[in-house]
Ligand binder design. Structure first.
Ligand code: ES4
Ligand code: ZN
Length: 318
């Protein structure tokens, strides 16, 4: 599956950091972040809340623009090794550099340089600046301003992640309106932990894509609506299995969502946390549903259509 050319739309930058990278950086900085690794050196977490704790502890060693540039280079090289030709990364000014616009510009400049080098090496990328739901609407407002003020180059979209059980998506409407007016693509995590209504709430923000959205299967009318509107689902089946949202790969709703006419795509979310890789996701889908090259090719065409990059780049990816 590595040789299949792939497009990844749902990948959290900090969540893609190999544990070894975080450990090495912590050692360089004489920082103790013990308690987030298991005896084999992998990230250790128990449930989603604990996952967010470990994620934030790991991200806390990333401090300077150079740290983020180094991480991005490493992550894009990893994506390329998995056969990805394009990746969209969820990058949150709320984790790096705060949401102060001058500071954000420094982080962005460093990451843009790393992304340009990776593109010369064969993998294109864009950033989706990401509001963190459990940090609240006020910080999200600042993230949206960072996104709007730096849109047009590497920054191509605005998204929202974080604890889906905290607050309501409607509280973030200002941020999404601001980003839309700046011409950015919009996506939101929804229908992962909460039911169909959360997906309707995301649509009300004006998104063209939904992060996960697996619980749409519970609502036939919603499925029809998503299909008619041509909404793309950023599915990360290995993440759902690892978090216990679905029992196993065979039980994953991806096939039912595809049968309902939805544009389904495949990504990894936070690969080292969920012990997965992009080619492993495809292999597991092949094993569970008998899918092969033709099905995967279609999903990647949908992913290209839904990508937030400029039309010229999109044409080149097809
Ligand atoms: C997430 Cl804040 C965050 N980071 C990484 N993965 C996530 N999934 C949902 N929220
Ligand atoms: Zn995610």
């Amino acid at each position: 599956m590595k040789s299949l050319k792939k497009v990844e739309l749902h990948l959290h930058l900090e969540g893609a950091a190999p544990p070894g990278f975080i450990r090495a950086l912590a050692a360089e900085k004489h920082r103790d972040i013990g308690g987030i690794f298991d005896e084999r050196g992998a990230y250790a977490w128990r449930d989603f809340k604990d996952f967010l704790r470990v994620y934030e502890a790991a991200a806390s060693v990333l401090a300077t623009p150079r740290d983020y540039a180094r991480l991005l280079s490493e992550v894009l090289a990893q994506c390329a090794d998995q056969g990805a030709i394009y990746a969209e990364l969820f990058v949150s000014p709320e984790f790096c550099g705060g949401t102060d616009l001058p500071a954000w510009r420094d982080y962005l400049a460093a990451m843009e340089e790393a992304a340009a080098q990776a593109e010369r090496d064969g993998i294109a990328s864009r950033a989706v600046l990401t509001c963190i739901r459990h940090f609240g609407p006020e910080r999200a407002r600042k993230t949206a301003i960072c996104a709007a003020e730096t849109s047009g180059g590497w920054v191509a979209g605005l998204g929202i992640a974080g604890a889906e059980d905290v607050g309501e998506l409607a509280d973030f409407a200002w941020a999404f309106d601001c980003a839309r007016e700046a011409g950015l693509g919009l996506t939101a995590h929804a229908g992962e932990w909460r039911g169909p209504q959360s997906i309707r709430d995301a649509l009300a923000l004006g998104v063209s894509r939904i992060g996960h959205g697996i619980r749409a299967v519970e609502d036939a009318a919603l499925l029809r609506d998503l299909a008619e509107r041509g909404i793309t689902l950023e599915l990360c089946p290995g993440s759902n299995v690892a978090l216990g949202l679905v029992q196993d790969w065979a039980a994953h709703p991806i096939a039912r969502l595809a049968d309902a006419g939805l544009r389904v795509t495949v990504s990894t979310d936070d690969p080292p946390f969920f012990h997965t890789t992009l080619s492993q996701e495809y292999q597991r889908l092949a094993d569970a549903f008998g899918w092969a090259e033709a099905e995967f090719r279609q999903m990647n065409l949908w992913a290209v259509d839904a990508a937030f990059c400029d039309p010229t780049t999109r044409t080149r990816l097809r």
